[in-house]
Each structure stands twice: as structure tokens, then as C-alpha cells.
Design a protein around this ligand. Structure first.
Ligand code: SF4
Length: 333
């Protein structure tokens, strides 16, 4: 069994607004194993991105992390892990990039417009490693080439606005990888890109993962992307993980009715034109209206009256999958 690199336990991040509290992340449990890829999937608004940002404490007011643990294990399997939620700010700055790097959907949100790509990568490297500017620049050029940016010796002096969307995303990945992180968190890294560039970036991430042995936590709403790259899949609904297991099991024999509906909504090769795709029934409820019992119950085809609307399911192990659904038992509270 793969060793854990990061364990998220009972993570809770709430938005404290004038009209009430929105529990965007409400008791998330996740494990990312060393050198493996975990895809976190679910519809928009289910808390995937807030979970990712909470891991590195990148949430800003009115969001607030109100509970849980984010345990980062050291290089050796022995020894106690470090809780990043309890770490001092200085320590957290060391962890960012050096241990855990993050790539966002829109690289312009993370890149400075007034500095060249090269200067930004050099700064990120030198923040964590005691190397000269010349050495860091050499590495920046090397990584820009590795991520498929043509003529990296020249591109290193480009500003972000001089690059296409695909090239900016590659530059962002180069910046993340140049610090050789143990975990890359990629939040919808290919959503804004065309299909060809998307395939190239996913291939690139897999190649680099193999080479550097890093783990990847991929946030995506696209089950096709998850099927392509993930070793494990965690399915989120309304701020919690409802199903977690090996990608081959979760995506081909899902247990939770929500995952089953998501899988049915993905077009399949060979599907005939007149076959209608089944969408997940209903929509994600407004943030202040959290259903009682199982949060998925108003949309669930397997709803059991008097049970699903009253009892909050906890995750139980069924075959090789952990699932939070009363069809598989109530579990221990
Ligand atoms: Fe559906 Fe009930 Fe399972 Fe929730 S607990 S997913 S409502 S069957």
C-alpha cells in the first residue's frame, strides 16, 4: 500500500456572511499517497477548490478555517506528521512551493503582470534554495523547455501577457515544478484550454510525475480527465467527501447514487446520437439551505423516506471503496 504524504482530517472552512454561515467545506477527509494522483471531483460549488486552498491556508475573509487537521508527512515514513493548520506563518511559507506547489485554473491570477516569467521563477527558486541568480535562471530555462515552451532562452524574458493561455499555464507549471515539490495541487489546470492543449498538459503532468516521483492532487469537474490520470478518486458533494477509492472502482462501479449519476452523465464512445445523456437530477441547493440527513437526499433516486432525510450517513468501507450512503449501512458515529 502506498504511504500517505498528506492527510486531511475533518477539515472545515466556513464563510461567515451577513446572512449566515456557509459551510463550504464541512468535515472533509482525504489522503494523498506518495507519488500517486488523487482526483477530487464533483459539481461546481461542492467545495473542491476551497478544500485545495484551505490545505495551504490560502483562504481569505470572509472564509475561515474553523477546524480539522492537514497532516504533511516528512520524507521518511517514520516520524510524526506536521499539521499545516497549526504551523507558524514562516514555516508555511517554506512549505509552499518547496513541499506543496499549487497551479490554478487561471494562471494570470497567480502570475505578476509586471515581472517576466523568468524573474518570477528565479524568485520562487531562490526563496527556498540557496542558489545564485544565474543558477536559478538556468533552471528556469530548463523547466520552461521541459514543459514544452518553444525557444525557452528567449521566452524566459517574456511577460505573461505576451504568452497564449496554454503557454501561460505551462509557465505556471514550470514555476511550480522548478521548486521540485513533493505534492502538486492542480485546480482545474486545463479547464480554460482547448482540447489539444488540455491533453498535452495532462500528459506533461504525468511524465513529470513519473520523473520526479511527486504526488498530484487534481481538482476537476471533468470525470473524463479524472479517468485519464487518477490513481484514486474522491467525490465531493456539499462540502464533504461522499465516496473515495481507487479510480478504476469509483469510475466503473460507483457505490454512491451521486457518483452513479455523475458517471451516467459522461458521454461514452459508441453512444448513439438519439441516446440522451442522463444529467444529475435537480441542482445543488442554495448555500444556506442544507438538507437534513443525507445532503444529497432531495436529488437521490434511491431516497428512503424517514431515513435518508433524518440520518446523516458516515463513510463505511464497501469492497475497496469508502462511501457515505445509508444503502451500505449507518456506520459508527
Ligand atoms: Fe440516497 Fe439515502 Fe444514500 Fe443519501 S443516504 S445517497 S439519499 S440512498
Amino acid at each position: 500500500m502506498a504511504m500517505p504524504l498528506l492527510e486531511v482530517r475533518d477539515l472545515r472552512t466556513h464563510f461567515e456572511l451577513e446572512d449566515g454561515v456557509v459551510k463550504a467545506v464541512d468535515g472533509v477527509d482525504l489522503t494523498v499517497s506518495r507519488g500517486r494522483t488523487l482526483a477530487v471531483v464533483g459539481e461546481s460549488g461542492c467545495g473542491k477548490s476551497v478544500t485545495a486552498r484551505s490545505i495551504l491556508r490560502l483562504v481569505e475573509r470572509p472564509a475561515r478555517i474553523v477546524g480539522g487537521e492537514v497532516l504533511l508527512y516528512g520524507d521518511e515514513s517514520a516520524g510524526d506528521p506536521e499539521d499545516l493548520l497549526a504551523a507558524k506563518d514562516r514555516r508555511l511559507r517554506q512549505v509552499r512551493w518547496a513541499d506543496i506547489a499549487m497551479v490554478f485554473q487561471e494562471p494570470m491570477a497567480s502570475l505578476s503582470l509586471v515581472h517576466t516569467i523568468g524573474d518570477q521563477i528565479v524568485e520562487a527558486i531562490r526563496l527556498h534554495e540557496n542558489v545564485s541568480k544565474a543558477v536559478a535562471r538556468e533552471r528556469a530555462i530548463e523547466f520552461l523547455g521541459r514543459v514544452g515552451i518553444p525557444d525557452p532562452n528567449r521566452r524566459v524574458d517574456s511577460y505573461p501577457f505576451e504568452l497564449s493561455g496554454g503557454m501561460r499555464q505551462r509557465a505556471m507549471i514550470a514555476m511550480a515544478l522548478s521548486c521540485r515539490p513533493r505534492l502538486l495541487i492542480a485546480d482545474e489546470p486545463t479547464t480554460a484550454l482547448d482540447v489539444t492543449t488540455q491533453a498535452q498538459i495532462l500528459d506533461l503532468l504525468q511524465d513529470l510525475q513519473e520523473e520526479f516521483g511527486m504526488a498530484i492532487m487534481l481538482i476537476t469537474h471533468d470525470l473524463g480527465v479524472a479517468a485519464q490520470v487518477a490513481d484514486e478518486v474522491a467525490v465531493m458533494y456539499l462540502g464533504e467527501v461522499v465516496e473515495h477509492g481507487p479510480a478504476t472502482s469509483v469510475l466503473t462501479k460507483p457505490k454512491h447514487p451521486y457518483t452513479q449519476a455523475l458517471v451516467r452523465s459522461v458521454p461514452r464512445l459508441g453512444q448513439r446520437g438519439q441516446d440522451r445523456l442522463a444529467a444529475v437530477r435537480g441542482s445543488v441547493p442554495p448555500p444556506y439551505e442544507r438538507p437534513s440527513g443525507c445532503r444529497f437526499h432531495p436529488r437521490c433516486d434511491a431516497f428512503m423516506a424517514g431515513k435518508c432525510d433524518e440520518i446523516v450517513p458516515v463513510r463505511v468501507r464497501t469492497d475497496d471503496i469508502d462511501v457515505a450512503c445509508l444503502l451500505y449501512g449507518e456506520g459508527e458515529r
